[in-house]
Design a protein around this ligand. Structure first.
Ligand code: GLN
Length: 484
C-alpha cells in the first residue's frame, strides 16, 4: 500500500477499497517500526491523524471528498501547526506550540489530507545534511551510515522509506532539491512567491520557498495544486492564477530547448554523478528535446553571495527569539541583558550562532557596503544571466548536487565543504526561479538527482518534463530494500 501513487491511493479511497483510517494506521505503523532507526520525525500525531482520517472517511462516504481527501502526508517541522509543537529542530523552540496554522498547513488540511506528523530538519533550516538538528541527525534510508541531505532531510527520509506518501519541504538554498537528490525523490522548489510563507518560520525571507517532496512528478503536481496560490497574509506571495499542474503533465517535449551550463559540469562534480546526468540528458533527446551548451559565468559567485545574504536575513529574523516572547528562556536571569544573552546562548546550536554572527557583521555600519551591498549586486548579476540564458533555451539542466549522499560526520568540521553541497542549487534561490530535482540513476548504489531549472512560474513545465521522463524510466520507482 505504501508504494502506491497519490492517484492510486485516491482511487482506492473513493472506491471504498481502503478507508482513510486504515491507510493512516498503515503509515503510523510504518513510522513506529522505522523511525527509531531513521529519526525522520520529530513529532508523530497519532491521535489527531486518526481523527482527521475519520473525518475524511465521512466525506468519502458522503461523496463530498476531493482528490486528496484521506491521503496521509507529513509536514517539515518549520511550518506552524496549531496545537502541535513546531520546533524548527531547535532547542529554542522545543516547547513551542503554535497558536495558528501556516497557510500551507491550512490549505493542505482543506484539501482533506491527513497530517501524520512533523519531520526532522536542520536547525532553522541551516544545513545540508540534517546534522544540525537539536533532535539528532536523520539517517538516509539508502544507507543509514549516510546523511539524507538537508535541510529537509526528515521529509526526504520519510518519503524515501515510504513512512509517508508525500511531504512538504522548504528550500532557501537547496533544501528541497538536495535531499531529494540524495534520497531518490522528486522535489520542487517553486518560483519565489508562488506559495505563501505565512506561518513558515523565516530563515532568509527573500529566498525561502515551500514545495512538495514526492515519490514522482504526478504526486508533486497534486500537492502543488493544494499548496499554491496568493495569500494576503504574505506580502511577497504573488497574485496570479494557479493552473491545474496535472493538466499539462503529458504535454509533448518535442522541440523543447534544454541548456546545459558548462559551469555545472566542471571541477568538483563526481564523475559517476556526471555520467548518470549525461545518460538522463540523452533520454530527453529521444523525447524530442534539443540540447545546447550555455554559460552562466557568475555561478562561482553564488555560494559566497548566498552566505552574505542568507546570514544577514537570518540574523534579523532570529532576533525575535530573545527569551521574552518565544521559546527557550534562561533560568534566574540577573537582568534583561543576561536574559537575552543566556537564552540565546543556550537555545541556539553552533551553526545557527555562526550564521547570526556573520549576518550581524555584514550588516554592521562600516561593513554594509563592502559585504551586503556587494552581495545584492552579485545577486542581480546572477538573476540577469539566467534571463539571458532563457532567451536561448526553455529550461536548464544539470546535476542537483555534486556528489551522492556523504557519510554522517564527514563534513561537520568543515562548514565550507558543507556549503558547497548546494553549489548547483543556490543560484536559483538568489534569482527566485523554480527548480526541481528528479531521480536520475545510481552511483555505487546511491541515488543521484537531475536538476531542472525553469523561468519564473514555469512549474507546470518542469513537472511536465519530469513526468515524461518518468514515463520512460524507472529510477523514481526504486525503493531502498530495507523499506520496500
Ligand atoms: N544548505 C543551505 C544552508 O545551509 C540551504 C539550506 C536551505 O535551503 N534551507 O543555508
Amino acid at each position: 500500500m505504501h508504494n502506491k501513487t497519490l492517484s492510486e491511493l485516491s482511487e482506492m479511497l473513493h472506491k471504498g477499497e481502503v478507508t482513510s483510517v486504515e491507510l493512516t494506521r498503515h503509515f503510523l505503523d510504518r513510522i513506529k517500526a522505522h523511525n527509531t532507526e531513521l529519526n525522520a520525525f520529530i513529532s508523530v500525531c497519532e491521535e489527531s491523524a486518526l481523527a482527521q482520517a475519520a473525518a475524511a472517511d465521512e466525506q468519502l462516504k458522503n461523496k463530498t471528498a476531493g482528490k486528496l481527501t484521506g491521503i496521509p502526508m507529513a509536514h517539515k517541522d518549520i511550518f506552524c501547526t496549531k496545537g502541535v509543537r513546531t520546533s524548527c529542530a531547535s532547542k529554542m523552540l522545543d516547547s513551542f506550540v503554535s497558536p495558528y496554522d501556516a497557510t500551507v498547513v491550512e490549505k493542505i488540511a482543506a484539501s482533506g489530507m491527513v497530517m501524520l506528523g512533523k519531520t526532522n530538519m536542520d536547525e532553522f533550516a541551516m544545513g545540508s545534511s540534517n546534522e544540525t538538528s537539536y533532535y539528532g541527525p536523520v539517517k538516509n534510508p539508502w544507507d543509514t551510515d549516510r546523511v539524507p541531505g538537508g535541510s529537509s532531510g526528515g521529509s526526504a527520509a520519510a518519503v524515501a522509506a515510504r513512512l509517508a506518501p508525500i511531504a512538504t519541504g522548504t528550500d532557501t538554498g537547496g533544501s528541497i532539491r538536495q535531499p531529494s537528490s540524495l534520497c531518490n525523490l522528486t522535489g520542487l522548489k517553486p518560483t519565489y512567491g508562488r506559495i505563501s510563507r505565512y506561518g513558515m518560520i523565516a530563515f532568509a525571507s527573500s529566498l525561502d520557498q515551500a514545495g512538495p517532496m514526492a515519490a514522482n512528478a504526478e504526486d508533486a503536481a497534486l500537492l502543488m495544486n493544494a499548496m499554491s496560490g496568493f495569500d494576503e497574509r504574505d506580502s511577497t506571495s504573488v497574485e496570479r492564477e494557479v493552473p491545474d499542474y496535472t493538466a499539462t503533465l503529458n504535454d509533448s517535449l518535442e522541440g523543447l530547448r534544454i541548456g546545459l551550463p558548462k559551469e555545472y559540469f566542471g571541477e568538483g562534480l563526481d564523475p559517476q554523478v556526471a555520467a548518470t546526468i549525461e545518460t538522463a540528458i540523452k533520454e530527453f533527446e529521444k523525447l524530442g528535446a534539443t540540447i545546447k551548451e550555455i554559460s552562466l559565468p557568475n555561478t562561482h559567485l553564488a555560494v559566497p553571495t548566498y552566505y552574505v545574504v542568507a546570514p544577514a536575513e537570518c540574523s534579523s529574523n532570529l532576533s525575535r527569539m530573545d527569551g521574552v516572547r518565544f521559546g527557550h528562556r534562561a533560568e534566574n536571569p540577573r537582568d534583561l541583558q543576561d536574559l537575552y544573552q543566556r537564552s540565546r546562548s543556550e537555545g541556539f546550536g553552533a551553526e545557527v550562532k555562526r550564521r547570526i554572527m556573520i549576518g550581524t557583521y555584514v550588516l554592521s555600519a562600516g561593513y554594509y557596503d563592502a559585504y551586503y551591498l556587494k552581495a545584492q549586486q552579485c545577486r542581480r548579476l546572477i538573476s540577469d544571466e539566467f534571463q539571458q540564458a532563457f532567451n536561448e533555451v526553455d529550461v536548464i539542466m544539470g546535476p542537483t548536487a555534486p556528489t551522492t549522499a556523504f557519510k554522517l560526520g564527514e563534513k561537520t568540521d568543515d562548514p565550507v565543504a558543507m556549503y558547497l553541497a548546494d553549489i548547483y542549487t543556490i543560484s536559483t534561490n538568489l534569482a527566485g526561479l523554480p527548480g526541481m530535482s528528479i531521480p536520475a540513476g545510481f552511483a555505487e548504489g546511491l541515488p543521484t538527482g537531475l536538476q531542472i531549472i525553469g523561468n519564473y512560474f514555469d512549474e507546470g513545465r518542469l513537472l511536465n518534463i519530469a513526468h515524461r521522463y518518468q514515463q520512460v524510466t524507472n529510477w523514481h520507482k526504486q525503493v531502498p530494500a530495507a523499506f520496500a
